[in-house]
Design a protein. Structure first.
Length: 429
């Protein structure tokens, strides 16, 4: 129980820390992407403006690449590729630019600021951008922007390489993931070291409660045994009466209550009582059905065993016999108590490669007004008046669940049509 509580504390704390780290790192990366995009867009705008305003945007005849060579080699002052060399940021930018004439042909192209693209590829990208109908956008690893003359006779198209932008974004993402992972591991170690101290008061209280239940159970056994013996002795001298029968019934009820409380206490401590051995589940179920024969006869109930009950071969499970007997006893007792007279109780016992499964289905006067899972809560009573009349104490199903889970199994309840309820206990091999 203490280990379970510690695990829940660690999981809860680390969930909150994980959410905080994810939100924080996510916000940092989103902000970084937004700022980087804005910076690169601003740089692209500055390059375009410097190119557009630096000189005449005239048309060129002949081979556009020859015109480019001539412009560069001649060092023509005032061409569109002359700009202020003092602007270090623009000088450091990796880009290429092209002048587009009124016919949509490339007039002059500058590849002096980029080494990763040749003239043919650059021309293809420029034409793709011009044909897109957009003045800005992204193509492959490039941002582009087109600025046109007011009379529409000429334009400048600049492509800015985004590889540096992507590299910067990925660098921040990588660093944030590493930092987040390191912080998460450090916080896990801190939470683990502090978890014991954090749950110490609760753990101490739980230990006191378990000790009280265990001590009280053992102390109550003796007076209950004496009361039972005295009631039987009284019947020998005075004969059986409704008072002696009531005494024995209440003693039986208290014995069941204490047995269930002790079962829950042991389960909380992770202890499976008794000796582990191969148990014949079908034979033990038949024995328990025989033990409830008198109760079944009084209410004129009909026990229906499924076809698989007889045809699935010998079903064994490695467990403690007393634990299996308690599971059967609790579920059968629950079905018999809450079944109206002359109704059917369906019993099924099957197995597969992974698990064995016990099902019991009965009809109720009315289904509980709570979710099925709530029935397994300790001391929960869906209908207290009905429960008191039937002698229930609201702890039997909790004990059954604790026993099933002590073997790594699962138990559930399900509401079915016609006021039927089914309990399924699955024990994994």
């Amino acid at each position: 129980m203490i280990k379970t509580l510690q695990k829940k504390f660690i999981v809860t704390a680390m969930t909150a820390i994980t959410i905080l780290i994810v939100v924080m790192l996510g916000a940092i990366n989103v902000f970084n992407v937004a700022v980087t995009n804005l910076e690169n867009q601003r740089l692209l705008d500055e390059v375009v403006n410097s190119r557009f305003e630096s000189g005449r945007l005239g048309m060129n005849s002949g081979n556009p690449y020859e015109a480019k060579s001539q412009e560069i080699s001649a060092g023509i002052s005032g061409s569109i590729f002359d700009f202020d060399p003092s602007d270090n940021e623009r000088m450091a930018a990796i880009y290429f630019a092209a002048e587009i004439n009124i016919l949509g042909d490339i007039g002059v192209m500058d590849l002096s600021h980029i080494a990763s693209v040749d003239e043919k590829e650059a021309a293809k990208l420029v034409l793709e951008a011009m044909n897109s109908g957009e003045n800005s956008g992204r193509i492959d690893n490039y941002r582009y922007k087109i600025k046109r003359a007011s009379d529409g006779s000429r334009a400048v198209c600049v492509f800015l390489d985004r590889k540096a932008e992507v590299k910067q974004i990925m660098r921040v993402v990588t660093m944030s993931l590493i930092a987040g992972g390191v912080c998460w591991v450090i916080m896990l170690m801190i939470v683990y070291l502090l978890s014991r101290r954090a749950i110490a008061p609760i753990a101490a209280n739980i230990e006191r409660q378990k000790q009280f239940v265990t001590d009280a159970g053992h102390e109550i056994k003796t007076p209950l045994a004496i009361i039972s013996v005295n009631a039987e002795a009284m019947e020998l001298y005075q004969g059986e009466s409704k008072w002696s029968r009531n005494i024995k019934e209440q003693v039986k009820r208290l014995n069941e209550l204490m047995q269930n409380l002790l079962t829950l206490s042991r389960a909380d401590e992770g202890i499976v009582p008794g000796q582990i051995e191969q148990v014949d589940l079908r034979m033990m179920l038949d024995e328990q059905l025989g033990a409830f024969e008198e109760m079944i006869r009084k209410k004129q109930l009909i026990i229906i065993r499924s076809t698989e009950y007889y045809s699935s071969g010998r079903i064994t499970f490695l467990a403690d016999k007393e634990s299996i007997r308690r599971i059967y006893s609790i579920l059968l007792d629950n079905a018999i108590k809450y079944s109206p007279e002359e109704k059917e109780i369906e019993v099924s016992l099957t197995q597969d490669a992974k698990a064995v499964e016990f099902r019991i289905r009965n009809t109720c006067s009315s289904l509980p007004d709570c979710p099925p899972e709530k029935l397994f809560d300790r001391f929960y009573r869906g209908n207290s008046a009905r429960t008191q009349r039937s002698g229930g104490n609201g702890i039997g199903l909790s004990a059954a669940r604790a026993l099933v889970e002590s073997y790594g199994g699962k138990i559930k309840a399900e509401y079915l049509p016609d006021n039927k309820i089914e309990f399924v206990a699955r024990l994994y091999k």
